[in-house]
Design a protein around this ligand. Structure first.
Ligand code: GDP
Ligand code: MG
Length: 162
């Protein structure tokens, strides 16, 4: 079976940016799921000869539902539909209560979770990742979705779990 990697996290941390980076030129074959989302949700990626599906759960929205309901449903879909979950945080904002809420949901699932700290756009910012150990999801991986940095290390770990 073709493994799936889900991208999860509170709004605005860079999930869609990272999703687009992972699927690269394969964007063209991404499908929309009518009635579920306005965003692109599913794509496929490849790393070191492994092919996998990628799900941007942030694109799944229930209109007018409160934030915690949205994020809970997104996390549940990620837990059900994926083999590995990338939990994305924002290294420029540090750990927030919403991050803690998402982390707890994922932790309970027992699925492999890789903690990805996005918006670490340069080397000097790498010290900002250590606070994320408090989420209890293991080592935080620094990446920059906008500059395309650090994703190789994340995908190395991801394919170890598939
Ligand atoms: P999502 O809501 O989690 O899907 O987040 P988006 O991918 O839509 O990104 C939210 C905002 O963060 C946008 O303005 C992006 O341009 C910005 N962003 C995403 N990745 C990075 C990054 O690595 N560095 C910086 N500085 N900004 C980023
Ligand atoms: Mg998004």
């Amino acid at each position: 079976h073709r493994p799936s990697i889900a991208v999860v996290g509170r709004p605005n941390v860079g999930k869609s940016t990272l999703f687009n980076r992972i699927i690269g030129e394969r964007k063209a074959i991404v499908e929309d799921t009518p009635g579920v989302t306005r965003d692109r949700l599913y794509g496929s990626g490849e790393w070191l000869n492994y092919e996998f599906n990628v799900i941007d759960t942030g694109g799944i929205e229930i209109e007018d539902a409160p934030f915690q309901v949205q994020i809970k449903m997104q996390a549940e879909i990620a837990i059900l539909e994926s083999d590995v979950i990338l939990m994305i945080c924002n290294g420029r904002e540090g750990v927030t209560d919403d991050d803690r809420f998402v982390a707890r949901l994922l932790q309970k699932s027992g699925k492999p979770v890789i903690l990805v700290v996005n918006k670490i756009d340069n080397f000097e910012m790498r010290n900002d990742i250590y606070d994320f150990y408090e989420l209890g999801l293991g080592d935080p991986y620094p990446v920059s979705g906008s500059h395309g940095l650090g994703l190789g290390d994340v995908l190395d770990v991801a394919i170890d779990h598939v």
